[in-house]
Design a protein around this ligand. Structure first.
Ligand SMILES: C[S@@+](CC[C@H](N)C(=O)[O-])C[C@H]1O[C@@H](n2cnc3c(N)ncnc32)[C@H](O)[C@@H]1O
Length: 284
């Protein structure tokens, strides 16, 4: 396609360089890179940003933000870029949050406790908080990767959230046990053998721990499902994103973990979420 006649000379040159390395939306990307560089006084910034993108870094990491559920989520180099398909998990979680904020008779039931585990930059937690409205949830997030925790803090602390670093539930304060109303998890679920087939943007610029889910891709999911019930409040819910093929396997070990499992799917977004409800009777 010809460079639009309206494009300025530097913009047209950026479009040409992006197109040469296969960027499909070169015009849109050039505009975003120009906008990002305009925020800086340093005249070398534009060239620096374009060079990073041309070298194959994901656009979102170059810009420093990703769009998710209508929000700008800050991302850092190396941190998993929130995927648009995960908006489905956030929407399902927000629906359950709204339900758990009401008692059986429809009266307010208190402030729901929401945990975004394996939070990455915190996109899911931010979207749930945004859907619920200011101060309507108690939000906690955690991740094993210190850089992801840094990004999540920059996105979530302004919303009053607490963000912890550590391995799955070990990262959480002990007094959350038995109290979580909605546990939203987008953990790594790519089978180890499939990582080599991923686009270089992911393979080379997102940490292996953010992608690699082990032999069948469900190693982390198994660990989450085995412990979730003791962390959930009676009637609370665990939501985990999987591939469509993985969902029945994940649902089976949700059931082994004492949860009542169902699978929800959005074909248009190619998004699958396994939801496990804790029985209303307490474990105690
Ligand atoms: C697929 S990324 C998803 C990030 C975020 N939930 C999102 O949707 O944008 C998976 C995240 O899980 C984190 N992770 C992997 N293993 C973990 C573990 N054992 N404990 C806590 N976080 C872990 C990674 O660091 C990464 O940030």
């Amino acid at each position: 396609m010809a460079i639009p006649a309206t494009a300025s000379a530097p913009e047209a040159e950026i479009v040409r360089r992006l197109r040469a390395v296969g960027c499909v939306f070169a015009e849109d990307e050039a505009r975003l890179l120009l906008e990002a560089a305009a925020d800086h006084d340093d005249h070398g910034e534009l060239e620096h940003l374009v060079a990073r993108r041309v070298a194959g870094e994901p656009l979102e990491q170059v810009l420093g933000w990703a769009e998710f559920a209508g929000l700008r989520i800050r991302v850092l180099p190396g941190v998993f870029v929130p995927r648009r398909r995960t908006e489905f998990l956030a929407t399902e979680a927000a629906r359950l949050v709204a339900r758990s904020a009401l008692a059986v008779d429809g009266s307010p039931a208190g402030v729901p406790l929401v945990v975004d585990l394996c939070c990455g930059a915190g996109a899911i937690g931010a979207a749930i908080a945004d859907a619920a409205g200011p101060d309507r949830i108690e939000l906690v997030a955690a991740d094993l990767d210190p850089v992801a925790v840094h990004a999540a803090r920059s996105n979530l602390e302004a919303l009053g959230a607490r963000v912890f670093e550590g391995d799955l539930f070990d990262a959480l304060p002990a007094d959350l046990r038995g109290r979580i109303d909605v546990l939203a998890v987008n953990a790594p679920y790519v089978p180890s053998d499939a990582i080599a087939m991923m686009p270089p943007e992911a393979r080379d610029h997102e940490r292996r721990m953010a992608l690699d889910g082990g032999g069948d891709g469900l190693d982390v999911h198994r660990r989450v499902a085995a412990s979730a019930r003791s962390w959930l409040a009676p009637g609370g819910a665990l939501l985990i994103e999987t591939s469509e093929a993985q969902a029945p396997v994940a649902a089976a070990f949700f059931a082994e973990g004492g949860l009542i499992a169902r699978v929800v799917r959005d074909d248009e977004a190619d998004a699958t979420v396994v939801i496990g409800a804790a029985p209303h009777r307490s474990l105690a």
